[in-house]
Design a protein around this ligand. Sequence first.
Ligand code: 13P
Length: 246
Amino acid sequence: MLILNWKMNPKSLTEANKLIFAYEKQIQDLKIKPRSILIAPPSLFLPVLVQKHPDFIFGGQNCSDQDQGALTGEISASMLKSAGAGFVILGHSERKKMGESLALINRKIIAALKNKIKVVLCFGEIVKPKNFQTAPSEWRRQAKILFNQLDQFKNLGRDLIVAFEPAWAISVNRQGSVSIEYLNLFIRWFRAETEKKIKHLPLIYGGSVDAKVVKLFQSAEIKGFLIGSKSLEPSEFGKISRAYYN
Ligand code: 13P
């Protein structure tokens, strides 16, 4: 699967529609199952995009941990659902930088799953570790809080996707980003650490994804990619799709 995180882009609904028409042109010759590309636009655009582009699945970039209340500016998981969202990205490092704690993200995951919205959970460290062998202790600390009380949900393997997306790997050049060895270290750690409690969660990778990264990570046991800036450039999206689906 390819998941496109548009962040706070584009500027208008008209441009959002244009972007999707440009995607359709790029992928018209590829054999892609409808609804296997997931797009997270700004949530204001959701109802219109969901109606106009039924071949894609749309989702939110965030939701509240509460279902209702006096919470100015917040959007609940059930509101996202009623706007047509099929999933929500939670725990993005850009939101952590705005002050979201791991405990709050855990509550958001629970709120989304209770409302039957699939979660794409961004997971990873903010600061690049000096020695990669020290990373698992940070991952373990995060997992303990993020996966707290998730055993109440059956079918987590269907409803929770984990995107390994260290903040330091976002929008950087290839040399400064995640290597295949580091990605494999994470995958091995994740499987060993979480498989006892939470089985078969799909893993995807995010962080400076372009067509080269898709090729480079072809051998890794991941189910797809979370794409940021390149998703706003239709020709780059086309190259990524060709690398992934061909
Ligand atoms: P880039 O692909 O621009 O590095 O962004 C990744 C991201 O933040 C997706 O959630």
